[in-house]
Design a protein around this ligand. Structure first.
Ligand code: GLY
Length: 433
């Protein structure tokens, strides 16, 4: 099978790495990929956003059988619908445009959750600064402010007082820091608890659960600083109980399947407030794999990822599954995977680009690197974004995996002493829950 993955982040690199292991994969391209993806497999072109003509030409020219859409922008802009219209037999991983609005518009997702009685952080949607400031007078703090549209993981902020919330709202409505994505804004109740990311592969009527991951969204160690796309993760995360998984499947994922005939990966971002089966609430829906969670989930999966992905778009389910109390799981190995994101200091606000990066030789087969905001030039590496790369570590236990990841980062610090003032990573990934 000839496969094309769209995207350039750690998520797409992790998918590329796992899909390449499949005996059925004959060729895997990543469009545009990043500097740690093999050069021969990178498509040297601008990322796909809303214009799909070049993509259709590439699919025809390279005889691609299967397009895996990694990132949200093309999905929200209808890439699945466009490819299915042009090539009805082409297999696509990712939901249609109507379903992708679950991520593309937080107000749309909120309205759906109200209608389907899905537990979530209650919100009010505001459309102007005056309206927002008026609502602030009756808001409870901490308060979450969310831009309605896509904002590359930067559209969510948490505020402890009216002044800081009002300043953010001015930036969104007046300075237009999120462009049109900030034309509507949600003022959302802050949910207390520990986050869990639960992913389900969906084929329009059925869902298969993947092992739960714990993402660390705040920029700085001990959950300080701004929200980011995620600074590290580990899998499996046992603070989401089996009873809660069953609850999420029945009360949250099933309504999505029914309403949207959802196909692809549904990312259910949860806040776990207690161990009760219903002690969970939705923080967000995403319509693609999480990043960095995917980097810690995929190394644990057993079986052929390519088969699981094809199943979501009409492929046969001739693979083994685990099942417990009506919940179907994709089998995964014992042990744990921890990944720590190495970022540019200052991310997600202002940070330096083109930081030279040197990779110390990895001597341990249980470690690997995954690229994100990084480019390669004649065998040398330079940062291009806020999240530069991750070290991914497998261990018999979470503690072992964590220890080895941070051991690698000690060697990395020595090899990159010249760049260290410009780099940052959290020191507490996978520590405790
Ligand atoms: N790690 C959060 C996300 O992928 O949206």
């Amino acid at each position: 099978m000839r496969i094309l993955i769209l995207g350039s982040g750690g998520r797409e690199h992790a998918l590329y790495r796992k899909i390449k292991e499949s005996s059925k994969s004959e060729r895997v391209f990543v469009w545009p990929g990043n500097g740690l993806v093999e050069k021969k497999d990178r498509v040297d072109a601008k990322p796909i956003e809303a214009d799909f003509n070049a993509l259709k030409e590439f699919i025809e020219r390279e005889k691609i059988d299967f397009t895996v859409v990694g990132n949200e922008t093309p999905l929200v802009n209808g890439v699945r619908d466009a490819l299915k219209q042009k090539f009805p037999q082409h297999t696509v991983f990712g939901p249609d445009q109507n379903s992708a609005a679950l991520e593309g518009s937080k107000a749309f997702a909120d309205a759906f959750m109200v209608e389907a009685k899905i537990p979530h952080g209650e919100s009010v949607v505001v459309q102007s600064l005056a309206e927002a400031k008026d609502k602030l007078q009756n808001s409870v703090f901490p308060l979450v402010i969310k831009a309605d549209g896509l904002a590359a993981g930067k559209g969510v902020s948490i505020h402890n007082d009216v002044e800081s919330a009002a300043q953010k709202l001015s930036e969104i409505f007046e300075k237009k820091i999120f462009g049109a994505s900030g034309n509507r804004v949600l003022l959302q109740k802050f949910l207390h608890g520990v986050e869990a990311s639960l992913f389900a592969l969906c084929n329009g009527s059925e869902a298969l659960l993947l092992p739960t991951a714990r993402d660390y969204k705040r920029a700085l160690t001990h959950d300080q600083g701004e929200n980011t796309g995620g600074m590290g993760a580990y899998t499996p995360a046992h603070h989401l109980t089996n009873g809660q998984k069953k609850f999420v499947l029945q009360k949250i994922i099933q309504p999505v399947l029914e309403k949207f005939k959802y196909k692809g990966l549904l990312y259910v971002g949860l806040m776990v407030a207690s161990e009760k089966d219903d002690g969970v609430a939705v923080v967000e829906f995403n319509v693609r794999w999480g990043d960095p969670e995917t980097q810690s989930i995929l190394p644990l999966l057993e079986g052929d990822l390519l088969e699981y992905l094809c199943w979501t778009d009409g492929g046969a389910a001739d693979f083994p599954l685990l099942s417990s109390e009506g919940v179907k799981f994709i089998p995964y190995m014992r042990g744990a995977v921890v990944n720590v994101v190495i970022s540019a200091k200052g991310y997600p606000a202002n940070f330096k680009k083109s930081i030279p990066i040197v990779f110390p030789k990895i001597k341990d087969a249980k470690l690997h690197t995954i690229g994100a905001g990084i480019r390669e030039e004649n065998g040398k590496y330079f940062s291009t974004g806020g999240r530069i790369f991750s070290i991914v570590s497998y261990g018999k236990t979470k503690d072992e995996a964590r220890e080895n990841a941070y051991k690698y980062l000690k060697d990395f610090s020595v090899a990159n002493s010249h760049s260290m003032p410009d780099l940052y990573w959290r020191e507490d990934i996978a520590q405790g829950i």
